[in-house]
Design a protein around this ligand. Sequence first.
Ligand code: HEM
Ligand SMILES: [Cu+2]
Length: 565
Amino acid sequence: MSITTAQSPYRTDPLTGLRIDLTAQALVKTNAVLAVVFLLIGGLAGLLVGLTRWPTVHLLPPDLFYMALTAHGLVALVVWIVFFEMAAIYFVASTLLNCRLAAPKWAWAQVVLMTVGTAITTVAVLQGESSVMFSAYPPLAAAPHFYLGIILFAVGALIGCFVFWGTLVIAKEEKTYEGSLPLVVYGCMIAVVIAIFTLATGAIILIPAFLWSVGLIGSVDPLMYRVVFWGFAHSSQQINVTAHVTVWYLVAGLAFGAKPMSEKVSRTAFLLYICFLQLGSAHHLLADPGMHASWKVFNTSYMMYLAVLASLIHGLTVPGSIEVAQRRNGLNNGLFEWLRKCPWGNPVFTSTILSILIFGFIGGISGVVMSVEQINMIIHNTIYVPGHFHATVAGGTTLAFMGLIFYLIPVLFQRQLIMKPLAVLSPWLFGGGIAVLGVALMGAGTLGVPRRHQDMMFAGQALAYDYGGINQLLMAIGEIGGVVSVIGGAFFILVVVGSILFGEPVPANAKNIVAPPADAGGHKEIGAGGFEAPGTLVLALTLFVCLVLYYFVNFKYLATLWPMS
Ligand code: HEM
Ligand SMILES: [Cu+2]
C-alpha cells in the first residue's frame, strides 16, 4: 500500500511496520544493487589475486597480478563498501526517524558521481598504466584519470553524507521522532562525522597527487603523502567499523527485538571512535623511518587502545543484548542455552554472529598485537597484514553487510529469498573461508612471506629466496580458504540477484523476525551469578585470554628473532 502526501510518497511496510519513504527506498535499492555488483567484481579480482599467491597455481604474470591487486583492493574495499554504506545511512535516517530524505536530487548526484568515478578509475586500471595499488604511494605515478575517478567518487560520497545530515535536521525540525536519536541513527551519525573528516583528508592528498600526475606541480613529498594518506585510508576503515557495528545493533534490534544493554555505555563507546580512531592511523607508519619513534608509540600504543576499547564494548554489548533478549524469551538455562538455540540456520543471524566472532577473535586480536612498535617489526609489509585486514573488512564489515542485505530483501524489494539452502550456506562458506585465509596468511607473514608479491620465491632474481615448505603450505591453505569464500560470496550474490528478479512476493501476513520468541514469556529473573548476560561475559573473557596469550607468544618469538639479552 502506498500513500501520497503533499510532502513525499511513502508506504507502510507490512513486515516490519516501518514507514518507508519511497524516494529513499529507490535510492537505498539503487545503492545496494550497485554495491552487490561491485562486490562481484571485487571478489573476482580477489580470486585472481588469491590464485596467483597460491604457490602451485601461480596464475597471473606480474603485470596482470599488480593490475588485479589494484582493482581488487579498490573495488572490494572502497567501492562495494562505500556504496552499501550509502544505502545503509539513507535507510537508517529515513525509516528509523520516520522522515523523508533531504535533497533527493543531491542523493541521485551521489549515485551518479560515485558510479562515474568508479568507471573512470576502473578504465585507468584496466589500461595498465595505473597498477599502483590502492595506496598509490608516490613516486609511483598513476594516470591522471586514476586519481580523478577516486576524487569524483569521494565527492559523491561526501554529498551522501550531507544528505544524511540534512535528513537529521529535517527530522528534528518536523519532530518526526521523540526523545534523543535512536542508537542506530546515532551510530550512523558518528560514521558520517568520521566520513566527512576522512573525505576531506583524502581530498588534501589526492588533489596534489592528481595535479602532480598532470604535471602542474613538480613533486609530491612521499613522507607527507604517506602520513596524510593514512589519515584518509585508515579513517575510512573506521567508517567501516562504525558502520558494521551499527549494523550489528540494527540487526540485533530488528531481528531479536534486542535492546542495547546500556544506551549510555554504547553511545560513549561510539564517541571514543571519533576521539581516537584517526590517531591509530600511525600504525601504518610503524616501520617508516621518517617519523619519530615516540610519535609512533604514543599514537599506536596509547591513543589506539582507547578506540579498541570502544570496539570491545560493542563486541560485548551486542551479543549481550541478544543474550538478554533470548533469556527473557525463556532460553534462560545454563551459560549458553541462549546461544545454542539461536537461529543458526538463518543467514541474517549467522552473518551477524560470524561477523562479530571473526572481527573480534581474528581481526581484533591481531590488530592490537601488530600495532605494538616492536612486534610490528616482525610482520610489517608481510602477508600477515592482508591476513589481519581480511578478518576485519571481509569477515567483519562485508559479512555484517551481507546479513543486513538478507534482512532487507523482503522489506525493500518485497520478495522472499529464493534458493534458501544456498542462502543458509553462504555466510558459513564466506566467513569460514575468510577465517582460514586470515589465519593462514597471518601464519605465513609471521614467518616472513612478503605481501604484494607476485612471486614469493623471487625466482630468477638476484635475491632469490626459498621460503620453504611450511610457508608454501600456509599460502596454499590460505588461498584454498579464499576460494571457499569466493564460492560463499557467489552463492550470496546468486541468492540476492535471483530473489530480487524471481522471488515470490512476500505474503501479506508475514513478519520479518528472525528469532521468534521461545515462549514469549517475558521473564523478569534472568542470567546467573548476578549477571544478566553471563554467557557473553565468558566469551569476552575467552577473547581476553586469547589476546594475552597471543601477545606474549609474539614477544617470545620476537626475542628469538632478535636476541636482546
Ligand atoms: C569483500 C571482501 C574483501 C575485501 C574488502 C578485500 C580487500 C583487500 C585489500 C584492500 C587488499 C590490499 C590490496 C593492496 O595491498 O593494495 C587485499 C589483498 C588481498 N586479497 Fe582481498 N579482499 C576481500 C576478499 C578477498 C577474497 C575473497 C580473496 C581470496 C580469494 C582475497 C585475497 C587477497 C589476497 C591474497 C591479497 C593479498 C595479496 C598480496 O598482498 O600479495 N581477498 N584485499
Ligand atoms: Cu589502519
